[in-house]
Design a protein around this ligand. Structure first.
Ligand code: HEC
Length: 130
């Protein structure tokens, strides 16, 4: 093997590393624009992304960082009202997999989202609602 072959092998190796990193990054960070379509198709029948607009469920504007049961003007179940959690990304992640295990007695009838990638994208989108 001559030096030239070695060099071209090395550059292919480096390029594939860069490509792998480029593909891995959005999955880790969550893709908010993909999350917006998840929100529209799955959550928006019950939740608005606008401040102060409550539907069947409370407005999700500003949900990341707020306390459970604090959307103004919305009548929560006692379970959600009294849950005493902060909706950070980790709590939302657990909740969206299985709402009833995080808040037993919630009146949200949505069953949960098992797909990690969809959920990650959705949470990235929720974090933009502020
Ligand atoms: C069938 C209607 C329905 C669907 C679909 C739905 N939700 Fe809900 N959601 C509710 C209701 C009703 C509540 C209020 C629960 C309570 O008071 O017990 C709620 C509560 C919540 C809360 C707690 C809010 C707070 O202020 O404490 C979050 C977060 C939430 N939903 C996120 C979502 C997301 C994200 C989706 C989409 C994956 C979704 N929900 C889909 C009806 C729904």
């Amino acid at each position: 093997m001559n030096e030239r072959t070695l060099r071209s092998m090395l550059s292919v190796f480096l390029m594939s590393g860069a490509l792998a990193a480029a593909f891995a990054a959005p999955a880790l960070a969550g893709d908010a624009s993909a999350g917006q379509s998840v929100f529209k198709s799955v959550c928006s029948m019950c939740h608005s992304n606008q401040p102060g607009q409550n539907k069947i469920g409370p407005s999700l504007f500003g949900v990341v960082g707020r306390k459970t049961g604090s959307a103004e003007g919305y009548t929560y179940s006692p379970a959600n009202q009294g849950a005493n959690l902060t909706w950070d990304e980790a709590t939302l992640d657990k909740y969206l997999i299985a709402p009833r295990t995080v808040i037993p007695g919630t009146k949200m009838t949505y069953g949960g989202m098992k797909d990690d990638e969809k959920r990650g994208n959705l949470i990235a989108y929720l974090a933009t609602l502020k």
